[in-house]
Design a binder for this molecule. Structure first.
Ligand code: C2E
Ligand code: CA
Ligand code: CA
Length: 507
């Protein structure tokens, strides 16, 4: 559906003004003829003609000013509904019209146009961390810079909270699209000076090409977003051009969603356990429970592929509750002096009755609460800080321990940590992987250890794969380590008989 500004046509306006003018002229003439004689020696015809002309002029002016008023209000309503209030850029609907117009043009000319979808990574977390008014300021600054960076006449729109789209044509002396996008990425990720602080961001960009990838705006936006998700999945950000296999990835997602239905009832989930070693004693102190889905036809499907979809569809609620209960039951078969760590998704954590659920599981399984550790990501805690703080307090009061998972990957303001009750910071494995090759990562790890000391909590390093990494971590003062070097996740039957100390378990 194309949205056009419904302003009256020129012909219609001229006709209306002419009709008003002529009508008033005739009425004025008649009034002068029948109503009065000459004035002050001026003949009655001249007076009549002058009055008729004045009437006609008044009528023409009021008709013209009527149209001007209509124009103004139509323009106002049109602008308000089509434009994003915060940035003044066209909104999603208006952008769809522009894509449709571009599609029509390229259909007749054949020269390609690129739809470029730009998304600020983790925009919601940034917004939560810096507050909504700073978030708005960031979006405005981003939009202003984007307007300056694109060539004059380029259609730019805001199509989501932190998502923008533009239509780019690289012919006629313009920069090639890949060079343009590289430059765009470089300029748009330079830090933003907000009233309160300097804000850094990462971007993911997806590109589709018209006419190659189609004409239909909704589909084109979906495909550019698929490319964008692909770019995001491959690291901190960057850009990707849509290709057909990405559509297959989307089909795979749909397949997972369909297959997840009933998988729980069919008993396809299980837990594997990965040991955590205390660096000073070399002893295994705990096991992290990691979920596994064995599909009857496709075999093992990794959690990174199904957990996000389970979260979106809500299936995480029953499977997450099951994992918690099962891990508490399994703890009976693990050494008494070891705890069991359970991953809790943000969706589960924020459920109204989460605390009641945990209390019921603890009571029912009889696990000593000090043997149950909850792993919750930094990003999940940031979704609703006040609620998260209250939930963490309740968990701690029950005698459980809490570890902040994937620490260092969120855009959190460190000051929030003071408000939260937790016992461990789990340094994300991306830092551990870079430890041996990048000196500054060592400094980051030491800083996290220092921070945890100041907060009176312990540090765990995950994803430790080599002896050298372990040595560096020990030197940095890290307390607990976990990773393939010490033992891979394994079914309970294997994990339970695992020996200590320093066993490099099943691979
Ligand atoms: P995570 O909580 O960060 O778990 C650590 C992941 O790193 C696990 O992947 C583990 O197998 C893997 N890993 C352990 N040591 C090494 C190593 O030395 N090198 C490398 N490269 N990887 C290592 P996994 O089992 O595939 O789980 C992926 C993610 O899925 C988990 O990340 C967690 O976020 C989620 N997940 C797993 N089980 C559950 C669960 O029961 N509930 C929820 N909500 N999420 C879960
Ligand atoms: Ca974890
Ligand atoms: Ca982790």
């Amino acid at each position: 559906m194309t949205s056009r500004n419904p302003i009256r046509t020129k012909g219609f306006r001229l006709l209306t003004i002419a009709a008003c003018t002529l009508g008033s002229f005739v009425i004025g003439l008649a009034a002068a003829r029948y109503g009065m004689g000459g004035v002050g020696g001026i003949p009655a015809e001249i007076v009549g003609l002058s009055m008729a002309a004045l009437c006609a002029f008044a009528a023409a002016s009021s008709a013209a000013s009527f149209f001007a008023g209509v124009d103004e209000s139509v323009q106002y309503v049109y602008h308000e509904t089509q434009h994003d209030k915060l940035t003044g850029l066209p909104g999603r609907q208006a952008m769809m019209s522009k894509i449709r117009e571009a599609a029509d043009r390229t259909r007749s000319t054949g020269s390609p146009v690129f739809l470029i979808d730009i998304d600020i990574n983790r925009f919601k977390s940034i917004n939560d961390a810096i507050g909504y008014s700073n978030g708005d300021e960031l979006v405005r600054a981003f939009a202003d810079r984007l307007r300056q960076v694109v060539p004059v006449g380029t259609a730019v729109g805001r199509i989501g909270a932190g998502e923008f789209a533009l239509l780019y044509q690289d012919e006629g002396g313009a920069e090639r699209v890949d060079l343009f996008v590289e430059r765009l990425l470089d300029l748009m990720t330079k830090p933003y000076r907000l009233t309160t602080h300097l804000q850094s961001i990462n971007l993911s960009i997806g590109i589709v090409s018209l006419p190659k990838d189609g004409f239909e705006p909704t589909r084109l936006l979906r495909l550019s977003n698929l490319a964008l998700q692909h770019a995001r999945g491959s690291g901190v950000g960057g850009w990707a051009v849509f290709h057909r296999e990405m559509g297959e990835v989307a089909d795979y997602r749909q397949w997972i969603e369909a297959e997840l239905n009933g998988a729980f009832e069919r008993g396809e989930f299980s837990l594997h356990y990965q040991p955590q070693h205390d660096l000073s004693s070399g002893r295994i102190v705990g096991y992290e429970a990691l979920m596994r889905w064995t599909h009857p036809a496709r075999g093992m499907i990794p959690p990174a592929e199904f957990i996000p979809i389970a979260e979106e569809t809500g299936i995480i609620a029953p499977i997450g509750a099951w994992a918690l209960r099962q891990a508490c039951l399994d703890a009976r078969r693990l050494p008494q002096d070891c705890f069991v760590a359970v991953n809790i998704s943000a969706v589960q954590f924020m459920t109204r009755d989460f605390i009641a659920q945990v209390a019921a599981v603890v009571a029912e399984t009889g696990i000593d609460p000090s043997r149950l550790e909850i792993e919750i990501t930094e990003t999940a805690m940031m979704q609703d800080r006040d609620r998260a703080a209250a939930i963490l307090k309740d968990l701690t009061a029950m005698g459980l321990t809490v570890a902040v998972d994937d620490f260092g990957t969120g855009y959190s303001n460190l000051s929030y940590l003071i408000d939260f009750s937790f016992h461990k910071l789990k340094i994300d494995q991306s830092f551990i992987q870079r430890l041996e090759t990048d000196a500054s990562t060592g400094a980051v790890v030491s800083t996290i250890v220092g921070l945890s000391r100041a907060l009176g909590v312990h540090t765990i390093a995950e994803g430790v794969e080599t002896e050298h990494q372990a040595t560096l971590l020990r030197a940095a003062g890290c307390h607990i380590v976990q990773g393939y070097y010490y033992g891979r996740p394994a079914p309970l039957s294997v994990a339970a008989v695992e020996q200590k100390p320093f066993l490099r378990a099943v691979s």
